[in-house]
Write a protein that binds this ligand. Structure first.
Ligand code: PEP
Length: 257
């Protein structure tokens, strides 16, 4: 089976707050988002705050159209994993999504492809939707190894989760050189990788949502979302500005029509 027309795929914009925020700052940001929110029909939106603020975000967003999620998850159920959070705990906080394999965790917490695959499986087992981040470094891109790297990252998850698991998952292409750098992949560069990812899952015959992440801003969102295989965005910096976050959600909505 081949992919269905793009119009049938829901768009998604996810804000990754990373390690930012205080109760007061979050309260102001959430209030600004909610009071300026424009309803979405063809798209979804979510916020992934630091773990300690999940309850605050859940309370603020519970009566809204927005979802929330975790920035990471430990693959084990419970036990002696100091400082870690399980998938069950995220479900307890009403999370819909969890980011796994963000490049900052792969690099700074030495999370391997295999570990990320276990996080993916543990998240799904509890009913969370994993947002699996993949992406190449600038060296890998320069050496012509971008697709090989991404293929390897996807394969590690396919090996233990199986193809069917992607029927209820999100993939986010985040070139490492574009995340938090202000340098965005060109729509053509991103589209080439998205088409490659889509092809890996074509036999599923379902509509896998593939996000792009890496310095997305209101100024470049529309041209990225205009590409056939780019279904939305994973945002870092732009998700900390209510106006930018809402504008990017609206660009996704328009592209979905
Ligand atoms: C991210 O943290 O996943 C990200 C894409 O960050 P930024 O938008 O700031 O590049």
């Amino acid at each position: 089976m081949t992919s269905q027309p793009r119009a049938q795929r829901r768009r998604l914009v996810v804000g990754n707050w990373k390690m930012n925020g205080t109760r007061d700052a979050n309260s102001r940001l959430l209030q600004e988002i909610l009071s300026n929110w424009k309803p979405l029909e063809k798209s979804d939106a979510a916020i992934c705050p630091p773990f300690v603020y999940l309850e605050q975000v859940a309370q603020a967003l519970s009566a809204s159209q927005l979802y929330w999620g975790g920035q990471s998850v430990n693959p084990n159920d419970s036990g002696a994993y100091t400082g870690e959070i399980s998938a069950k705990m995220l479900i307890d906080q009403g999370c819909r999504y969890v980011i796994v394999g963000h490049n900052e965790r792969r690099r700074l917490q030495s999370e391997s492809d295999d570990y990320v695959a276990r996080q993916f499986v543990a998240a799904q087992a509890e009913g969370l939707i994993p947002i699996l981040c993949v992406g190449e470094s600038s060296e890998q891109r320069e050496q012509g190894k971008a697709l090989e790297t991404i293929g390897r990252q996807l394969q590690a998850v396919l090996d233990i989760a199986g193809l069917q698991a992607f029927a209820t998952a999100i993939v986010a292409y985040e070139p490492i050189w574009a995340v938090g750098t202000g340098i965005t992949a060109t729509p053509e560069e991103a589209a080439q990788v998205h088409a490659f990812i889509r092809k890996q899952f074509a036999s599923l015959g379902h509509e896998l949502v593939i996000l792009y992440g890496g310095s997305v801003k209101p100024e470049n969102a529309a041209e990225l979302f205009a590409k056939e295989d780019i279904d939305g965005a994973l945002l870092g910096g732009a998700s900390l500005q209510a106006k930018d976050f809402i504008a990017i959600c609206q660009s996704a909505e328009v592209a979905g029509k």
